[in-house]
Structure formats: structure tokens, C-alpha cells
Design a protein around this ligand. Sequence first.
Ligand SMILES: [Zn+2]
Length: 294
Amino acid sequence: MIQHGRERTARCAGDMLVAMSRLTRKLLFSLLLIAPIATPQSVRLYVFDNGVIKGLDPAVFQLKNEEIATADMAVASYLIVHPKGTLIWDTGAIPDSDLKADGTPVTQRLYTASKTLKSQLAAAGFKAGDITYLGLSHYHGDHTANANDFAGATWLVQQPERDAMFAEKPPNITQLAQYAALKNSKTKILKGEDYDVFGDGTVVIKATYGHTPGHQVLFVKLAKTGPILLAGDLYHYQEERGTEKVPTFEFNKEQSLASRAVVEAFLKQTGAQLWIEHDLANFNKLKKSPAFYE
Ligand SMILES: [Zn+2]
């Protein structure tokens, strides 16, 4: 009986050790998973896949089919993780609430998407409520789908863009319902000056007015990858570069061309890569979250 009791005690102790070590393993594993995400030593850039735009008429961009590799466009958004905080840049074309949990593709007008922004944020280790800053390249509906989810972040927006978004009659291409909650967000209004988001020159918003009244682009300086410019819709296709062709629905064509000239000079000066957000060929080459650039 005594021996039996000892055996049982030993087995219990053994089980406890196994259980403890499993717990310790779990704890260590989650620490390993969480620690570098919560406090990265350098800047990280995650690319999210928000689907494609198909069936576009190149004439809308003053282009012919034979002048471009494809008229189809990617829809991208990005998360920048800095030691001092996070910034989400653009928020997709189809709201997460309209997408399916099982990942079956959903089509709305010219947009098709299958992955929610939320699920991609989660795979990278984040929730919308964790995000420090929201930046939209501009107010068009293919960039603002999930903007309301980031109403708790500080919104970094150009004065003329915000004015148009909340005008009595917002511009036609806007989807007010998708960003209405930003009206009460903590907001940093920009007036065309460069805005160094974290104060160390690694993440800088640059005004590039023209496509919309307050269009903006994002410069990200990565330690290993080097500098990148997330160009919003300054261009839609690589083939527009070096031409005077701008979309027919441009807010101000002259402003757009002037902004492009400034950006091209900036790219030369910094050696930054230009990532045209809708450029499908470039998008297909990029690592997607949870992989990241650093
Ligand atoms: Zn767009």
C-alpha cells in the first residue's frame, strides 16, 4: 500500500513537472513571439493584401491597353512598427464586415478580396485598437474601407483632405460611412509640411497634393531593406512615370505633376524604392504579412 502510495506520489510529481515544463515552454514561446513585436529594435514594415481591382478602363488613366502590362491593380495596406509605436497606412477597398470568415472571395463593383485586414493584423500580432497612428494616402474608397476601425488611433491627415472628407457634400469617390468615425478621432492636421511621425526620420509623411486635395505619401527608412516610398496613388501604373498622363478624375492635374516632380527628385536624392500601391507586378513580388521588411 505504502509503495503504491509512493508510486502515485511520484507519478503525480512527474505529471506536475511535465505540466509545469509545458507551461514554461508555452510562456517562453509566447514571450518569444510577443517580445520582438511589442518592442522591435528597428522599424518593420508589413504588407497586407486587400485584394485586386479588375475591369478597369485604361482610358480613365489616359493610357491604352498596349501601353501597360495589365490594367488590373493590387489593393494594399501597410503596417509600420516602430520602437515608439505603430502606424497603419491605408485600409483596403472592401470592409472586413463584408468579407467571409472562410476566405471565399467577395466581389463589390470592381473590387475582389478574400482576406480581412483584421486577420492579417492579427497574424502580425496586432489588433486595430493597438494601433497608434492612422494615415490614409487619400480619401478614395479603395483606401478607406476599414478606416473606422482605427478611430482610436491618432489620425495624420492633410488639412485640405480632411476638409473635403467632412464637407457638407463630400466628393463623389468618397465613402463617408467607412471613415465617419474619424471625425472625432484625435487628429494631427498637416498643412503640406513633412511630418516626421516618430521624430527620428525613419517614418515621414510627405504631402503630394493633386490626385486629391490633400494626397500624401509615406517615406519609410528600413535598416536592412533601405528607404522605401509608399506612393499612394501618386501613380497607378509604372508606365505613367516620365509621362504627363494623370487620371482623368484627378482633383488637380497641375498639382499632381508638380508633386510627381518633387517625388522623383526625392527618390534620386535618397535612393528610395518607389512602391506604387496599385502596381500589381510589384505587389506580387512583395513579402506579405506576417513576413515583414526591416
Ligand atoms: Zn486607389
